[in-house]
Design a protein around this ligand. Structure first.
Ligand code: MD6
Ligand code: FE
Length: 203
């Protein structure tokens, strides 16, 4: 395992042209699989919208958090993961020492002004040793990263359009949250906001 525990914060990883290509692919997904705002198991609604592409999508409702093949509102299979997203994720995985990464799921989160995501660990996946590749597009935001325990110290990172975070190795189960966007900091998304794509190998 690398000394940095498999955590990479790759600033300005994606050129503007690549960002536009990935954004176009994400838009095509949203057309087929509309953004939705699920409820947590306690019944409270999520604070932001999401959708998925790939063989499996991450969903939440009163029965819990899980991966499934179908969109929770349309009941249609989530669209295939666009090749551009797959290729990019594999390339980034390889560059960070994860040579057998096989992308099965891409969760697309959209944050508008005031929307955020609380402290959590990503542990719905069966495979907890595959890294998570996280791509930021659009408005700048504040990503908070802690450690293995909820009580560990945290650090804030400014994430900008084109930045990529890889959470592998020990960092795979670090607590983290997203505090929100700084509006009007990017012109990539027509209507503003931030898209975060997390690409995973689920099993
Ligand atoms: C976000 N990201 O950046 C939320 N999880 O909007 C995550 O929750 C996340 O970026 C696991 C690994 C990387 C991430
Ligand atoms: Fe997460």
């Amino acid at each position: 395992m690398p000394a940095n525990k498999g955590l990479y914060l790759l600033k300005s990883k994606l050129t503007k042209v690549i960002q536009q290509e990935i954004l176009a692919a994400a838009r095509a997904v949203v057309k087929q699989a509309p953004l939705f705002r699920p409820s947590m198991p306690n019944g409270q609604s999520f604070n932001y919208s999401m959708t998925n592409c790939g063989d499996l999508g991450w969903v939440a409702d009163k029965s819990g958090y899980r991966y499934q093949q179908v969109h929770p509102h349309t009941f249609k299979a989530f669209p295939d993961m666009p090749q551009a997203i797959k290729d990019l994720a594999i390339e980034i995985a390889q560059e960070t020492g994860n040579n057998d990464f096989s992308p099965q799921s891409c969760l697309i989160n959209l944050y508008r002004k005031g929307e955020k995501l609380g402290m959590h660990q990503d542990n719905t996946e069966e495979n907890l040793s595959a890294p998570i590749i996280s791509i930021s597009l659009g408005d700048t935001g504040i990503f908070v990263l802690g450690g293995k325990l909820r009580t560990d110290d945290t650090r804030q990172y400014i994430v900008q359009s084109g930045d990529v975070i890889v959470m592998g190795g020990e960092s795979r189960n670090y607590f983290h949250s997203f505090k929100g966007i700084i509006p009007n900091t990017s012109n990539l998304l027509k209507n503003g906001g931030r898209l975060n794509l997390t690409i995973r190998q689920v099993n």
